[in-house]
Each structure stands twice: as structure tokens, then as C-alpha cells.
Design a protein around this ligand. Structure first.
Ligand code: PFF
Length: 457
């Protein structure tokens, strides 16, 4: 992508940018990860902290990354190097670029779970899937999990290898609206179950007594993940952006869309948890399994459970697939750019890394359950390593680059090109200079402290 002699591709319209950024932003993070974190870390208070962070911290990072991309017309490693050659710039660029390579393997394991559920619904197993022990039985089964993971991973890599993302983008542009409609229908159904209102209250009304540091740490990690911040994606997208689009308004659109879908997913899942378990704290803290346990119960209680299950998991599958393609694409293009590898070689090496690391995560709840990395199973460990350690470091690097090297005024110039407005300039300046680095330091400290057993996550 840093091949300047070729004309760099660009988004033809602002809508193209927004749809692509939203397509990569909306994925398992919104539908699977957000609801279980919200359930676990305090409900309404988590949502409030999350919204505040998206509007301030998230906004600042999206603006900064897109502006860096558009200024340099390069993907992250090249973009960082554009500003300086010493090791700090290199490390900052690489930190951003390596994260997708570590996320995509475990992302594909969960993609494999989704695929398994989709196929099981197609076989009419709606009742069996709703049984309490189905999910735990499945994820600890070893080989089947590995096979579903392989199927998902190979689909992703096959598409990358053939370079047909455009087709997928076209598919996702009608899948995404469909996902919204379906999520809204399921959310209404879920909220109308007896006992569900307590769940709506738990999710929407902040209760200060449920606040803890972990609420902030988890909300911040989720914000990075969901908005695809601090993983080089937005630098790359920014580099495809034409000068006459307003970065600020594109950022606002992406934030709104991504957050809306996360809230909708929360409204689908959390009230259902209350309806089926009465808000049992054990279930609320179920973690990664929440979507796979709760949704089948809702579907089983609906008259048209099999159909709903098929459509729901099909849409989640598409959201996951478009995201995993974006993640792998970024890993592949970094390898092509930086090592001069052919697309074929880069795809094969990325696929090999993905299969190796993904296998650890796929088997981590089954045959490898006794192996723990800093007290965690592989999947949880990779999630923790990227979200709680590497992304904060990458975000810190971006803050330092903007404040110390580029200067906030040059970012403002970039944003105001062609007369575009930069309404939240003061918020941006304050956040990037003071609060973002401070927050990032907090996440890092909490993560390290939890690994050392000083605090518990
Ligand atoms: N933001 C995606 C999600 O919420 O599932 C995860 C992700 C996808 C991150 C694609 C980065 C990316 F390029």
C-alpha cells in the first residue's frame, strides 16, 4: 500500500467511507462482546461510562488516526515512519499493525461457534441448543470446535486470497440494515417477556453502587475493540479518504452507528437474561458464553424459533466475517508493504499464524484447558493481551505522535481542509494532550496489576 507509484485507491464518496468503517466496526464486538461486558460490569453504569468514553476518547482517537492516515496516505507502519525514523516511530507503527494479527485468530474461533450454531439451527436443533449445558459441552469438545474454527478461518482467508472484498462489501451493505431490523425485532420481543423489564432497567439506568474501576477499564477496552481503534485500521481507512470529506462528521456517523447496534444488542440480550434467570448474578457474569446461551433460549420460546435462529446467526456470521476480513486484510497488506511479499505469500503466512494461534484458542476450553497463560485460557488471554495491554500502548503511541511530533494544529489544519468544520477542536486538544494518555496509563496499570494479582478483574 505504500507503493506511491501506483495511484492510491480512495473511497469514492463519504458514504463509501462510512459504510466501510461501519462494516469493519460492527462485528462480534457489538453483538457478542458488548452485552456480556455490560451485564458483567454494572449494567447502566457501564453503559454511561461507555457512552462518555465514546464521545470523548473514542472520538479523539478516530479523528487522530484518520487524520494521520489522510496526511501521509499510508498504512500504519509507513505512516509512523513518515514522521521519523527512530525506533520509537517504528515501534509505534508496528504496535498498531500487529494487533489485528493477534485478534483475528481468536475472533475466528468465535466465528466458528457462530457457524456451528447457524448450521445446528438449519438442522432444526433449536430445542437442543437452548439446553443449559449445550454451549459448555460444545466449546470443551476439542476437535469439533477446531473444525468449525478452520471452516471460518479458511473462508476468511479464501476471500482475502481471491481479493474479492468488494463482493463482500456489497453483501454487507444490505446485510447491515437487515441486521438492524432483525435486532430491533428481537429486542422488542425480548423486552416484552415477563420479568424482562428489570433487565431493561438494569441495562439502561445507571446505579452508582455498581461502579468500580473495572467498569472503566472494561468499557475502555471495549471501546477500542468496537470502534476498531488503536489497531491501524483507521489510519489505513484515512489514507483512502479524499480531502474534501469532513473527517469530523464521518467520525460522528461511525460512532453513532456502531454504538446504536451495541445498545440494540444489549436490549436483545440483557432483558432476556432477566426473563429467563431473574437476573441471577451468576448468569449476568457468564461472560463470553452469554449470547450463545441466552439467544437460543429466546428463540426456543418463540413460535418461529428455528427461523429466527437461522436468520440471527446468519447475520451475526456475516457481521463477523466482514470484520475478520478487514482484520486479516490489514495484516496481509502490512506484510506486503513492509516485507515486499507477494499477496500470495503474505496471505499464506498470515493464514499459518492464524491457524496456529487460533488452534490454541479453539482447544483452550477443551483438551488444553489445563494450560493457563497468566491464569487465563488462551482465548481470554489473547483478548486481554490485545485489548488491555497492546491497544492502550498503541493508543499512547498515537497520542504522543500527535502531541509531540505532528502537533495538534496540523491535525486541525487537516480536518479543516476545504472549509470543513472542526467543531469539537477544544475537546480534541484537551483529550489528546491530557485525558487520553492518562486513561491509557490507567488501563495499563490495572491490567498489569491484575496479572500480578494486586487487583482482581
Ligand atoms: N470492531 C470489530 C468488532 O466490534 O467486532 C472488531 C474489528 C473488526 C476490529 C475489524 C478491527 C477490524 F479491522
Amino acid at each position: 500500500m505504500n507503493n506511491d507509484s501506483k495511484k492510491r485507491s480512495s473511497f469514492s464518496s463519504k458514504l463509501g467511507f462510512i459504510l466501510s468503517a461501519a462494516g469493519s466496526a460492527v462485528g462480534l464486538g457489538n453483538i457478542w462482546r458488548f452485552p456480556y461486558l455490560a451485564a458483567k460490569y454494572g449494567g447502566g453504569i457501564f453503559l454511561l461510562v461507555y457512552l462518555l468514553l465514546v464521545l470523548t476518547f473514542g472520538y479523539t482517537m478516530i479523528v487522530a488516526e484518520s487524520a494521520i492516515g489522510r496526511m501521509t496516505k499510508k498504512s500504519p507502519v509507513g505512516a509512523y515512519r513518515h514522521f521519523g525514523k527512530d525506533w520509537m516511530f517504528r515501534a509505534g507503527g508496528w504496535m498498531n499493525a500487529v494487533i489485528p494479527l493477534l485478534i483475528v485468530p481468536y475472533y475466528s474461533v468465535i466465528g466458528g461457534w457462530v457457524l456451528k450454531y447457524l448450521v445446528a439451527y438449519c438442522h432444526g436443533e433449536a430445542q437442543a441448543l437452548a439446553a443449559d449445558s449445550y454451549f459448555s459441552g460444545f466449546i470443551s469438545s476439542g476437535l469439533p470446535v477446531e473444525l468449525w474454527f478452520l471452516l471460518f478461518a479458511l473462508t476468511t482467508m479464501g476471500i482475502i486470497y481471491m481479493g474479492v472484498q468488494n463482493g463482500i462489501e456489497r453483501v454487507s451493505s444490505f446485510m447491515m440494515p437487515l441486521l438492524v431490523v432483525l435486532a430491533a425485532v428481537i429486542a422488542v420481543y425480548s423486552m416484552s417477556r415477563p420479568g424482562a423489564l428489570a433487565g431493561v432497567r438494569y441495562f439502561l439506568v445507571p446505579d452508582l453502587s455498581r461502579f468500580s474501576w473495572m467498569t472503566v477499564v472494561a468499557a475502555m477496552g471495549q471501546m477500542f475493540y468496537s470502534l476498531s481503534i488503536a489497531m491501524g485500521i483507521l489510519v489505513t481507512f484515512g489514507s483512502y479518504m479524499k480531502d474534501d470529506f469532513s473527517i469530523e462528521s464521518a467520525t460522528e456517523n461511525v460512532e453513532t452507528f456502531d454504538t446504536m447496534i451495541a445498545i440494540l444488542a444489549g436490549l436483545m440480550i440483557i432483558p432476556a437474561v432477566f426473563a429467563f434467570s431473574g437476573g441471577d448474578p451468576g448468569v449476568l457474569k457468564a461472560g463470553p458464553s452469554l449470547m450463545f446461551i441466552t439467544m437460543p433460549k429466546i428463540f426456543a420460546s418463540m413460535g418461529f424459533g428455528t427461523g429466527a435462529g437461522i436468520i440471527f446467526f446468519l447475520l451475526v456470521f456475516f457481521a463477523a466475517l466482514t470484520s475478520s476480513i478487514a482484520l486479516s486484510e490489514s495484516a496481509v497488506s502490512t506484510c506486503e508493504d513492509e516485507f515486499g511479499w507477494s499477496r500470495k505469500k503474505a496471505s499464506i503466512i498470515v493464514a499459518a499464524v492464524m491457524l496456529l494461534l487460533g488452534t490454541l484458542s479453539a482447544l483452550g476450553y477443551g483438551p488444553l484447558a489445563m494450560v493457563r497463560v497468566v491464569g487465563m485460557q488462551f482465548l481470554d488471554f489473547f483478548d486481554f493481551l490485545t485489548n488491555s495491554v497492546m491497544m492502550p500502548l498503541a493508543a499512547m503511541a498515537t497520542c504522543l505522535l500527535v502531541v509531540r511530533v505532528i502537533g495538534v494544529d496540523r491535525i486541525a489544519e487537516e480536518l479543516m481542509k476545504n472549509g470543513a468544520k472542526f467543531r469539537r477542536r477544544r475537546v480534541f486538544n484537551f483529550m489528546i494532550k491530557y485525558l487520553c494518555p492518562f486513561f491509557v496509563a490507567i488501563i495499563l496499570f490495572s491490567s498489569v496489576a491484575s496479572v500480578l494479582g494486586w487487583i482482581s478483574i
